[in-house]
Design a protein around this ligand. Structure first.
Ligand code: NAD
Ligand code: MG
Length: 382
């Protein structure tokens, strides 16, 4: 029986993880569920999974939840408590599914404690990929990606040394605006941007999919996860989201991974890769899908893909600024402070102000992150 901690339990990935765990009561038990502010959602998860501990990183929410649970389950409060349960000797698997760089400290606690880390929180790797993977190696943590494209690459790479790999190609659905006139993108609303055609996800990543910042972040994520060179990384548009990634090898063979677009598949794989677990997703029925399409990414429609090339071949500070500025601009767009096309424009402006340097420690990461956020906030109108 493996004891699991879910960081970001109340979110989209957290909820799908709860569903997979619930299907395997003989294999997994919830040690701790970590949420932020959503007390109602956490109450439902507590009923479903009966965790040993609950953490709310928001202090007021922790107090409310504690009153509601009336001593039946211990409730801890604050990010420090999240960090503590994440590194606790009582847990074997940590599902890292908080959103944004805010999830980095708790995820690092799991890495440093040498856990199996089922990693959904891509912003961790974008922000601190070099330090993150170095610590994972040093501490014996096993990092298994939950991000569907990276889970696909992970599967395709099984048993292959790096020298066999020619290219890693991530697929992108193209989001809700794949065929829309680029000149009309200025006026799209947050509601239109979060309406993803194939995936049901949290608000931030849904907007990232619409701007294609999500694929840009994923290329950086892949760079660190698979120790790939920038010229080995590519993305193509595949509107059906059935093929999640492809790996081409030096002999010309290409392995693609396919599954219905449902995050429970990569989550089940990240919880236990061998033997595979039933995940609850719908079976793939190729005759009913009939056709799969692939097309190049148009950098005019998706300027984020042009910017990321510069970030991939540059120093660590560029990736930190890229992520931090995007988090701020994405939130400002969702709060109707800026327009849709301003998001990537602001990321580009913050990048242009960022001096290239590599980082040696997490203090440097946080200071560059704060600097870029400040610049982005000013560009978003304060
Ligand atoms: P979500 O918004 O649905 O959930 C985010 C979770 O993080 C919630 O539990 C929330 O309470 C918690 N959280 C938010 N702000 C926090 C803070 N400041 N401190 C502590 N906790 C905080 O997001 P999601 O769609 O589940 O995505 C989670 C992560 O997984 C993101 O990094 C995303 O890029 C990645 N991811 C998601 C999907 C998907 O299908 N949803 C796919 C691939 C990768
Ligand atoms: Mg993805």
């Amino acid at each position: 029986m493996k004891r699991v901690v879910i960081l970001g339990a109340t979110g989209s990935i957290g909820t799908s993880t709860a569903d997979v765990i619930r299907r395997h009561p003989d294999k997994f038990v919830a040690h701790a569920l970590v949420g932020h502010r959503n007390v109602e959602k956490m109450m439902g998860l507590v009923r479903l999974l009966r965790p040993e501990i609950v953490v709310m990183t928001d202090l007021e929410a922790a107090k409310m939840l504690s009153d509601r649970l009336a001593g039946h389950v211990p409730v801890l409060a604050g990010m420090d408590a999240a960090i503590e349960v994440s590194g606790s000797s009582h847990a074997e698997i940590i599902v890292a599914a908080m959103v944004g760089a805010a999830g980095l400290p708790a995820t690092m606690a799991a890495v440093r404690a040498g856990k199996r880390v089922a990693l959904a929180n891509k912003e961790c790797l974008v922000t601190a990929g070099r330090l993150f993977m170095h610590e994972a190696d040093r501490c014996g943590a096993e990092v298994v990606p939950v991000d569907s494209e990276h889970a696909a690459v992970h599967q395709a790479l099984q048993g292959q040394p790096r020298a066999s790999v020619a290219k890693i190609i991530l697929t992108a659905s193209g989001g809700p605006f794949r065929t829309r006139d680029p000149d009309s993108l200025r006026d799209v609303t947050p509601e239109q941007a979060v309406a993803h055609p194939n995936w049901s996800m949290g608000a931030k990543i849904s907007v990232d999919s619409a701007t294609m910042m999500n694929k840009a972040l994923e290329l950086i994520e892949a760079r660190w996860l698979f120790d790939a060179r920038p010229d080995q990384l590519d993305a193509i548009i595949h509107p059906e989201s059935i093929v999640h990634a492809l790996v081409s090898f030096v002999d010309g063979s290409v392995l693609a991974q396919m599954a219905m677009p449902d995050m429970r598949m990569p989550i089940a794989y990240a919880l236990q890769s061998t033997p595979r677990l039933a995940s609850g997703i719908e079976e793939l029925d190729l005759p009913s899908l009939s056709r799969l399409h692939f097309e190049p990414v148009d950098p005019r429609r998706f300027p984020a893909m042009r910017l990321v090339r510069h970030v991939l071949s540059g120093e660590d500070s560029l990736a930190i600024a890229f992520n931090a500025a995007n988090e701020e601009a994405n939130a400002a767009f969702r709060n109707m402070k800026i327009g849709f096309t301003d998001i990537v424009r602001i990321v580009e402006q913050v990048l242009a102000m960022t001096e290239g340097c590599n980082v040696q420690d997490f203090e440097a990461v946080w200071s560059l992150d704060a600097e870029a956020r400040q610049r982005a906030r000013e560009l978003c109108g304060g």
